[in-house]
Design a binder for this molecule. Structure first.
Ligand SMILES: NC(=O)c1ccc[n+]([C@@H]2O[C@H](COP(=O)([O-])OP(=O)(O)OC[C@H]3O[C@@H](n4cnc5c(N)ncnc54)[C@H](OP(=O)(O)O)[C@@H]3O)[C@@H](O)[C@H]2O)c1
Length: 160
């Protein structure tokens, strides 16, 4: 089963200059809880934006560059169809970004975990919000991240 996890500003922005724009500890905790022990599929740019390898999770990085070098724990793949071998009906596998990879894979996802960040930001990478029309929200929990001061909503969507 393929799932997707993302934090999105109200105007659709998810990043700028190959970084996250915000630091929201409650959302980082949520991301960790959902992805722990799972496979995470990401674009090469998102991989390079991480602070390092995320413990307890398998990193699958997609790049067209056959000479791309990554630590030995990382699985590199070079085409979209190679991803199929890492997706099984039994386990939940996560698409973790970024903009390009969300856009390519959202329609194959059964479940979306979206953290809405209730602000607008100036950014250069967007989540394809228009594609949410194929999903329905099955639960949401509003919250305030006291450390960052941001109001957030943890929403879960499933394919209609
Ligand atoms: N808010 C969030 O939850 C969140 C989550 C993740 C990321 N982000 C943000 O998103 C931004 C990065 O997103 P992005 O859209 O720029 O990049 P990205 O989706 O992370 O990665 C794009 C790269 O993936 C590879 N790729 C794409 N299509 C491919 C294909 N068909 N075959 C093989 N490789 C393919 C290419 O790598 P090569 O160029 O090496 O070929 C491409 O440059 C950053 O700002 C990051 O902080 C935000």
């Amino acid at each position: 089963m393929l799932s997707l996890i993302v934090a999105v500003a109200e105007n659709g922005v998810i990043g700028k200059n190959n970084q996250l724009i915000w630091r929201i500890p409650k959302d980082l905790k949520h991301f960790k809880e959902k992805t722990m022990g799972k496979k995470m599929i990401m674009g090469r740019k998102t991989f390079e934006s991480l602070p390092g390898l995320l413990p307890g999770r398998e990193h699958i990085v997609i790049t067209k560059d056959k000479n791309y070098q990554a630590p030995k724990q990382v699985t590199l793949i070079h085409s979209l169809k190679e991803i199929n071998q890492y997706i099984s009906s039994k386990e939940e596998v996560f698409i973790i970004g970024g903009g390009k990879i969300y856009d390519i894979f959202i329609n194959q996802c059964e479940k979306l975990y979206i953290t809405w960040v209730h602000n607008s930001f100036d950014g250069d990478v967007y989540f394809p919000i228009e594609k949410l029309s194929a999903f329905k929200e099955i639960n949401k929990k509003e919250d305030l991240d006291k450390k960052s001061g941001f109001k957030i909503t943890f929403s879960t969507y499933v394919k209609m």
